[in-house]
Write a protein that binds this ligand. Structure first.
Ligand SMILES: [Zn+2]
Length: 304
């Protein structure tokens, strides 16, 4: 018995000890788990609130967006950024404006941007010289550089559509619609301008893009002076090439994007000063077309 008792006691103590340990351990574990659980719950709730806030903001923004765009469009119109083409040019292909030879005006055009670095440099040179130009932007590049796209318009230049991908292959109606509609939609979203000008990549008029654009009443804008600046000649070669092809009512093709345009940036001030020395002033493509329209109206009136 005594042996049993002596055995029983330590067993009892052992149980008591184990029970104490367990309760202590559970005591430690439960609060820690509870804290963890509460923290997790709080985190979840916080996230839900975040989502709610985001959704709420988006909904509010959605409501404001048309209003914001409308006011921006009104501002753009008031500042002359918004333009409508005379109907007679809608759906036509334009290489130059037909003006009297003494009307020494010319339109500088820049393709394949907006491009980091070069577009801003071109804009700076144009600003210094108080010149407004026309930029034909590529949709996918505008998507990557919306601030540059907006800057083009804010600084008073005209923005036109140069397709989404800048591809040369044949486009069926649906693919052409993707290229042209998406680019114009993005131009509108970014700048508030509804463009009516399209320039086909590579000047290709028979791969479905120009036909689609004409069907949608865009003016398809080609050029009369090709700088071929993509071949990156020296600034003096580039300048002479443009000068030799320049005529009143002309449209000059250059590039602010699509690759290294440092040669274009270097030549641009020279091109501007030499054309100015020859008596040229610089206008945008819509201004050029407006001048032709008024000239022709004048001729028509004189004939009556
Ligand atoms: Zn191009």
């Amino acid at each position: 018995m005594e042996n049993n008792k002596s055995f029983a006691w330590p067993q009892g103590i052992l149980f008591a000890f184990l029970a104490l340990c367990s309760s202590l351990t559970i005591g430690f574990i439960i609060p820690i788990n509870l804290i963890g659980f509460q923290a997790e719950t709080k985190q979840t709730i916080k996230n839900i609130n975040d989502i709610e806030v985001k959704v709420g903001t988006q909904q509010r923004l959605k409501k404001f967006k048309p209003a914001m765009l409308t006011s921006w469009q009104q501002e753009a119109k008031a500042k002359g950024f918004s333009y409508t083409l005379p109907t007679r040019f809608q759906g036509t292909i334009i290489r130059k404006a037909k003006l009297a030879p003494n009307k020494k005006v010319i339109a500088l055009t820049f393709d394949d941007g907006p491009w980091p670095g070069y577009t801003a440099q071109v804009l700076e040179i144009l600003r210094e010289n108080n010149i407004k130009a026309t930029f034909f932007v590529v949709g996918k590049y505008l998507k990557n550089n919306p601030e540059l796209g907006k800057r083009i318009v804010v600084e008073g230049h005209v923005i036109g559509n140069h397709s989404w991908h800048h591809w040369y292959h044949y486009f069926n109606q649906k693919a052409a619609a993707f290229e042209i509609d998406n680019t114009s939609d993005l131009i509108y979203q970014v700048t508030g301008v509804k463009t009516t000008l399209f320039r086909p990549p590579g000047g290709m008029l028979h791969n479905g893009l120009a036909a689609y654009a004409r069907g949608k009443n865009y003016a398809v804008v080609m050029w009369s002076a090709d700088s071929a600046d993509y071949s990156r000649p020296s600034a003096s070669v580039l300048t002479n090439r443009v000068l030799q092809q320049s005529k009143p009512g002309g449209i000059v093709l250059m590039h602010d994007g699509g690759g290294n345009r440092s040669h274009t940036v270097a030549a641009l001030p020279l091109i501007i000063s030499k054309l100015r020395n020859q008596g040229y002033s610089f206008v945008t493509v819509p201004e050029l077309l407006e001048m032709q329209y008024k000239d022709q109206k004048l001729i028509a009136n004189t004939n009556q």
